[in-house]
Design a protein. Sequence first.
Length: 416
Amino acid sequence: MQPTKLLFFTAIFGWLTQAFAQQITGISPKQIIGGKGEVFTISGNGFGNSRGSSFVSFFREGNTYTDATTGNGFNYISWTNTQIKLEMPVAFSNKIKVNIAGTDYLSVDTLKVKANLGYRQANPLLYDLLTDNNKKGGVTWLIHPVYWNNPEIKQAIADVVQEFRCKTGVNYIIEPLTQWTPLNLGQGKHIIAPDSSLGVVGYNDRLWASCIVGAETFYHNQTQLLRFNTQQTWYYGKGQPPAGAAKFRYVMFHEMGHSLGLGHVNEAGESMYPTVTLLPSDNWCKRDSITAAEQNAIKHYISLSQNFAFRGCGITPMKVNGDCKDVYGLNLGAEALATEGIWLFPNPASNHIQLNISASATAEMSMWDIQGRPVMKRHVQGTTQIDLPQHLRNGVYIVSINTGGVFRSTRLLIQR
Ligand SMILES: [Zn+2]
């Protein structure tokens, strides 16, 4: 056979194989969040009228496609000869595969997985949830004194916690770690600390626990640590870090994201990209907010953590954080304020409030709306009557009283 003819036949054969092998004609959506139960649809032909031993395969961390065992564990909603619907599991962005009777068929389109919510089990979806762990509504992270006593680091931590509180609704608060505690999960404390023996830049350790009541086993995160390597050159500020420095706030986005159920993604631009220093994350770590996909996945996780019906072992759901800017959990009720020599009344109020502090003291009173927008600020001394601006709508406001750098806050209801 002449060489040209051979080439021609090879080309035809190749085209034919391609035409028959290519059984996936479309995927929808093309951008998705893994692990939260979103429906993923694969269109094509020759899938078979029922799933049988066929399965869908996704690219994952570690650069491999999921195997038959994992594929059989996904939650398939429907399977016909021309369409497959399943709950989107955790995956990395790439083309997807359908394995039909032992043969893999690859999609033309790439599926972009923008965030992953990690689960214990894919079908039915089962997570290690967060609970009202501190009996103040959520989780208290104790901050190591090396961090708490450094205003720049403390601010960075407070800002990141506020970002998560305000964007996802998580009820995390921070307090100083006042007792020396070894950095292990056995201490039963949530700790944010520097660590000189850490082999990576940052790390989130988690200890789950379970409680069984009747037929139900409830899984939850009991203790977590966020550790940061002391060998690193850290930059605690905002924006782009200087060359060679690791941006603490960004690394904390990543590690705190893990603490809120997020797994890694291979999508550029996301905080959960596996590496957190140098390139490529230096290309996007200048942002000081978490991404829309991260918010979406964590909000779902928080909603599950706030609304589960399980009661047992003293477990209750995480509570709504109320004032998301209150990262120190200082919101006090009227009684607690009174024990500090501060009286604010009436509450609810309509047109004015009276604030009494001990006669000699001066204080600064600030008020925010529930979204954290400042609405007024006043200097007060002794007994002061404060008119509430008429443009303030009915609702809950946060009143913060600063006496010599000590802040105390309480909720004020305006009702006209
Ligand atoms: Zn990670």
